[in-house]
Structures are given as structure tokens and as C-alpha cells.
Design a protein around this ligand. Structure first.
Ligand SMILES: [Ca+2]
Ligand SMILES: [Ca+2]
Ligand SMILES: [Ca+2]
Length: 401
């Protein structure tokens, strides 16, 4: 991001008839050169009653500050007006948007947070080794899902999340899906038309780096998928998991697949409580070993259970995919059903929000569900891609065709 330099002008030059010549510092340059898909943070130093920003004669904002962001290379004519009865102001300047010097990657370049809930794949995907800290686990998560490394990470039970970003801002192109995420969902072979099998829907949140500090400390917006407005979807749901009691006496269930049914206690904001069981397939700790706290809490939207025990005896669960808008919900070959439109973003009240792009993407497990020997439902993911960056040798599809 280019820092705004100082532009000096005098009010007398603009309005005349003054003996005094105060120096006025607008804080905006006459011309800028920036790469595409990078924000330019404009902070005028002057104040007035109202403000207007124009890009190529189209009014784009009435705020005092403006973040310019463009997907396309070219020259953009900007105009900034201060509407004020005493000291009105009008300033025109140019922004030249250029191709980046080092070609952007369409894939994840950074993992900012990896905070899984407990689960049977935790401490395995990625693998915890003696001496690991949060920082080293975070680095392992980044090495797993960045670029085309395609190593699956697990988010554990309800609420567990990962936050990642790209080497540029993902632009919200109107009418188009903007990024894609790979999971490990599959449809079972008996009735693939039913779209059931292993669907472990993860909810996507997005954030725009509005304070331009490169950190995910800005407002988050949920991408409202097919279930968002349904009555059975629970918003502002909180769950707390507790570290297993080392003095508990492990108890088996009748199936023989669960050898510790009171393993990890949880309680939620609805007053419900239960346990995540330990199964015979995974014997490592399910509680993240790098976490010192004895409790972990998560808050978000919780989707209704999607698993049905077709056997009636707890031995054959099918987890049905929701229609659209979730990660690890449909098999990866359904690229449309694994792609996301930033225009689905809603605020905490469920109102639609327009975001010009996103710098941070968060995915969290959307269900609190336990399915016999399959264990807890947990979202997995291995890769994400900005759909607006051309892959080497493959041109982007023309949306007009
Ligand atoms: Ca879009
Ligand atoms: Ca920020
Ligand atoms: Ca999965």
C-alpha cells in the first residue's frame, strides 16, 4: 500500500481575497501508481460538513476516508469534494493501476489463525509433536493448505476454525463467485442422487482489512448459505469444551467402537450438554495439545443436524449435503457448489452487506453432531483459490460468453 504524501495548496489561490495565506495540507497526492487488487488508503487531512468521492465521475462514497481498490489495470480519475459552507474543496487526482511485479498466486498464501475444536483428527491433521506451540502448529497448518500443497487439516467439532488469506485482496466481482475451497466430502455409492454421504458443512466468514494493517482485526461477515435464514438454524450459539478429566474411568458403549463415551464434556448456550466420545480408531488426545487453557469456547451460527442413521442401530450414518454455501459439503468435483460469492455476506443482524473484496476468510465447523463410530462431525479443508486470478497458461473464462 502506498502512503499518501502531502499536497500543499493555499486557500487564497482557490478563493482569492485574503491577506493571509495559510498552508493547507490535504494529504492526497496528484497521482498514484499501485498494483491491481491492492488497497490504497486515502485519508484527507481536511474536514467539512459532508464529503463526496468519485471514481471516473461515479459517486462511490460519502465518507471522509476512502479505500480505493481495483481489479482491472488502467488509469482511474478520482475526485474528492468537501461540501462545506465556509471552506468547500474540490480535488482531482489520478490513480494508475498496474500489473503486479511478482505474479499473484491464486491460492492461500497465509494462515492467520488455526483454532480447532476438539476432535478425533486433532493433533493429527496437522500433527502435534512434542514441544509444539501454537506458533509451530499454525505454521504446520499454513504449510498444509497454502499453495497447492493440498494437505487436509481438520477443524474438529462445532466452532473450530481456521483463518487464511491470499497475497492480494480477493475482489468481489458482481454476479460471480469469487473463491473456491476444497474439502473431503463424498456422496455414498448406494444413492448418490440423494447427495448424502460425508457432508460436514463448514460456515464461511469474510473480512475486509478496513484499517489496512494487514491483520484480521476488522469486522467479520458470514456468507449466508442455503440454511442461513431457516428456522432450524441457530444464530449466536456458543459451545464450551472442557479438557478431559484425567481421573475419569473410561466407559465403553455397546457398539465396541467407542471406548470412552464421557471423554470430552461440552455445554452450550441453550443449556444442553454432552460428551464427545473417544473411538477405537483414534487414540491420540482429541483436545488440542498446544492449548494450556482447560476450556475452549466458540460462538457462531449452528446448522441443524444433517446425519441420519439409516441402519437404526447406530451403524450406518449418512450425512446429507445442504444445498449451497458451505465448505466440505459437496464433493470437490462440483466446483460451483464449492465456490463462494462475497455478495452473500451478511452482518450480525442478517442484513446484506456490500464488500468490495476480502482480505481474510474464516471457515468453522457448522454442526454440533455426533454420529456413532463416525464420531463428531468436523469440517476439513485442504486448499482455497481466488477465482479471479488466471492460472498459468489458462485464461479466465469470459463472463459474457
Ligand atoms: Ca462476487
Ligand atoms: Ca485489519
Ligand atoms: Ca470432512
Amino acid at each position: 500500500m502506498k502512503k499518501a504524501a502531502f499536497a500543499f495548496i493555499t486557500t487564497s489561490a482557490l478563493y482569492g481575497c485574503s491577506d493571509e495565506i495559510p498552508m493547507v495540507n490535504l494529504g492526497i497526492d496528484d497521482v498514484y501508481y499501485i498494483p491491481r487488487m491492492q488497497k490504497l488508503d486515502l485519508h484527507p487531512a481536511l474536514i467539512g460538513e459532508r464529503y463526496e468521492w468519485y471514481v471516473d465521475d461515479v459517486c462511490v462514497s460519502h465518507e471522509k476516508d476512502y479505500i480505493f481498490l481495483a481489479a482491472e489495470e488502467g488509469c482511474y480519475r478520482l475526485e474528492f469534494k468537501i461540501i462545506d459552507s465556509e471552506t468547500p474543496y474540490d480535488f482531482k487526482f489520478d490513480i494508475h493501476v498496474l500489473h503486479e511485479e511478482v505474479e499473484y498466486s491464486p491460492y492461500i498464501s497465509k494462515v492467520y489463525e488455526y483454532c480447532p475444536a476438539p476432535g478425533q483428527f486433532i493433533n493429527k491433521m496437522p500433527r502435534y509433536e512434542e514441544g509444539d506451540t501454537y506458533e509451530t502448529i499454525l505454521q504446520k497448518a499454513e504449510e498444509s493448505i497454502s499453495g497447492t500443497n493440498d494437505i487436509m487439516i481438520s477443524l474438529g467439532g462445532y466452532g473450530g476454525y481456521v483463518t487464511f488469506g491470499f497475497d492480494h485482496t480477493v475482489i468481489n466481482i458482481p454476479g460471480e463467485k469469487d473463491f473456491r475451497i476444497w474439502g473431503n466430502a463424498f456422496y455414498e455409492l448406494l444413492n448418490p442422487d440423494q447427495r448424502g454421504g460425508s457432508a460436514e458443512p463448514g460456515i464461511v466468514m469474510v473480512s475486509y482489512d478496513t484499517n489496512c494493517n494487514g491483520l484480521p482485526d476488522d469486522e467479520w461477515y458470514e456468507l449466508a448459505g442455503s440454511e442461513y435464514y431457516k428456522a432450524e438454524t441457530r444464530h449466536n450459539y456458543t459451545i464450551t469444551y472442557r479438557r478431559p478429566d484425567p481421573d475419569r474411568i473410561p466407559e465403553e458403549d455397546d457398539s465396541g467402537f467407542l471406548d470412552d463415551i464421557n471423554y470430552i464434556p461440552w455445554s452450550d448456550s441453550d443449556g444442553a450438554s454432552g460428551h464427545m466420545a473417544k473411538n477405537t480408531f483414534h487414540n491420540q488426545s482429541y483436545y488440542p495439545l498446544w492449548i494450556k487453557a482447560d476450556n475452549i469456547s466458540f460462538t457462531g451460527t449452528r446448522l441443524a443436524p444433517n446425519g441420519i442413521d439409516l441402519s437404526g442401530t447406530g451403524r450406518y450414518y449418512v450425512l446429507y449435503a445442504y444445498d449451497w454455501g458451505y465448505v466440505d459439503n459437496h464433493p470437490n468435483e462440483y466446483d460451483e457448489l464449492n465456490s463462494f460469492d462475497i455478495s452473500w455476506a451478511v452482518d450480525s443482524e442478517g442484513n446484506k452487506v456490500h464488500l468490495p473484496g476480502v482480505d481474510f476468510v474464516r471457515v468453522y465447523t457448522g454442526l454440533n453432531q455426533y454420529c456413532g463410530w463416525l464420531g463428531e462431525t468436523s469440517t476439513e479443508l485442504s486448499r482455497a483459490q481466488d477465482l479471479h486470478i488466471a492460472l498459468p497458461g489458462i485464461p479466465l473464462p469470459d463472463p459474457l460468453k
